[in-house]
Design a protein around this ligand. Structure first.
Ligand code: GLU
Length: 409
């Protein structure tokens, strides 16, 4: 199943429960616009290389569209479409005044020099600049794109349209970025973990976490859960993993990652594979890497009581069914990892108002947004006896559907 099929499956499931009708269902499922562009650059050695770039704008009924830009060899049109629709539902669950979009370039960025990466980013912006903008479609960070990439996006877009920091979020602090954006997705996960553990009667201190993926989301999550008194019992990244049932020494692990670039080979635990991290004996599993990593077979092996989706679409629908049957509580991506886009929204607001918030304000506002979203979803789940994922979709589809109808077709 592609990400588009996965997102579509969850959307249709909730839409049928809500009985929105086939016509509205089709309208909401169909993206506003999909583009595929040529991204050709000259490599440092003079060779010409051509990559495929994508931008999918899924829905704009609740506001300008918003969504990240990812660089990955497996990015394709279907994946970007699925991820764009997730952004529509995510911004609706959190009640941000946005629609959803996503972009990507099919490239392995580890094979490019910094200069080549800059040329690639600028060329991508050249190809889509007419379709994006602070009131139309706002880019942000995603897999393998960072504040530097966002700075190039801002600079290149501004060459066409004049000074426009609000066209992209996740920028460096020195260039109109927001305090708290870097750790925002993980902080959102932390707030949700606190709500959930209270609701299911588990004490946060001593709660055992397994984290699959140690990029921006996974690494900050490990730090924040550790700060809350949680035990990080297993972690993995693309190179390998490490586990320790008594809890890894998180500051020492960070030092190891700083020196070697990976969690692999960390001496404070036993080496393990990323599959073993998914199946680790723990209370909370946080898949925070690629989509689709938890399939039905992996789901059978999961020992956690709670799955907190740090990544986008990490669990297949088959895995979701396994979890439902086994009574494993899944907190869906469109709620769990919404902290990133929420602070992106705060960054956009600051850019439009030409002012800056301190970190405390950012985190307080983030807490409020995440708590309200969780409460609404949990309430639907309780009253309609639905899993959290379906409940989140019910909330989101209701909001997007109402906005669509109120505006008029
Ligand atoms: N890439 C993040 C997501 O999937 C955030 C994108 C943004 O900040 O626009 O939610």
């Amino acid at each position: 199943m592609t990400s588009a099929e996965v997102a579509n499956h969850y959307f249709r499931k909730a839409a049928r429960i809500m009985d929105v009708g086939e016509r509205i269902e089709t309208l909401l499922a169909t993206p506003v616009r999909e583009v595929k562009v040529q991204v050709s650059i000259e490599l440092d050695n003079g060779e010409i290389r051509t990559f495929q770039g994508f931008r999918v704008q899924h829905d704009n009924s609740r506001g300008p569209m918003k969504g990240g830009l990812r660089f990955h060899p497996q990015v394709d049109q279907a994946e970007v479409l699925g991820l764009a629709s997730l952004m529509t539902w995510k911004t609706a669950v959190t009640n941000l005044p946005y629609g959803g979009a996503k972009g990507g370039v099919q490239v392995d960025p580890t094979q490019l020099s910094l200069k080549e990466l800059e040329r690639l980013t600028r060329k991508y912006v050249d190809q889509v600049h007419d379709l994006i903008g602070p009131t139309q479609d706002i880019l942000g960070p995603d897999m393998n794109t960072n504040p530097q990439v966002m700075a190039w996006v801002m600079d290149q877009y501004s060459k066409y349209h004049g000074h426009s920091p609000a066209v992209v979020t996740g920028k460096p602090l020195e260039l109109y970025g927001s305090k708290g954006r870097e750790a925002a997705t993980a902080r959102g996960l932390q707030f949700i973990a606190r709500e959930i553990s209270r609701d299911v009667g588990l004490a946060l201190a001593g709660l055992r976490f397994a984290i699959h993926g140690f990029g921006n989301v996974g690494s900050h999550a490990a730090r924040l859960f550790h700060e809350d008194g949680g035990l990080i019992v297993a972690v993995s990244d693309v190179h390998g993993g490490v586990q320790n049932p008594r809890g890894l020494d998180v500051p020492a692990l960070f030092e190891h990652v700083r020196k070697t670039g990976s969690v692999r080979g960390f001496g404070g635990g036993a080496a393990c594979s990323s599959e073993e991290v998914l199946a680790a004996d723990c209370d909370v599993l946080v898949p925070a890497a690629l989509g689709g990593v938890v399939d039905a077979r992996a789901a059978q092996a999961v020992r956690a009581k709670i799955v907190l989706e740090g990544a986008n679409a990490p669990c297949t629908p088959e895995a979701d069914e396994v979890f439902e049957k086994r009574g494993v509580l899944v907190v869906p991506d469109i709620l769990a990892n919404a902290g990133g886009v929420t602070v992106s929204y705060f960054e956009w607001v600051q850019n439009l108002q030409h002012l800056t918030w301190d970190e405390e304000r950012v985190n307080t506002e983030l807490h409020r947004v995440m708590r309200e979203a969780y409460e609404k979803v949990a309430q639907i789940s309780r009253s309609r006896k639905l899993p959290l994922r379906t409940s989140a979709y019910v909330l989101a589809i209701g909001r997007v559907g109402k906005a669509t109808v109120l505006r008029g077709i």
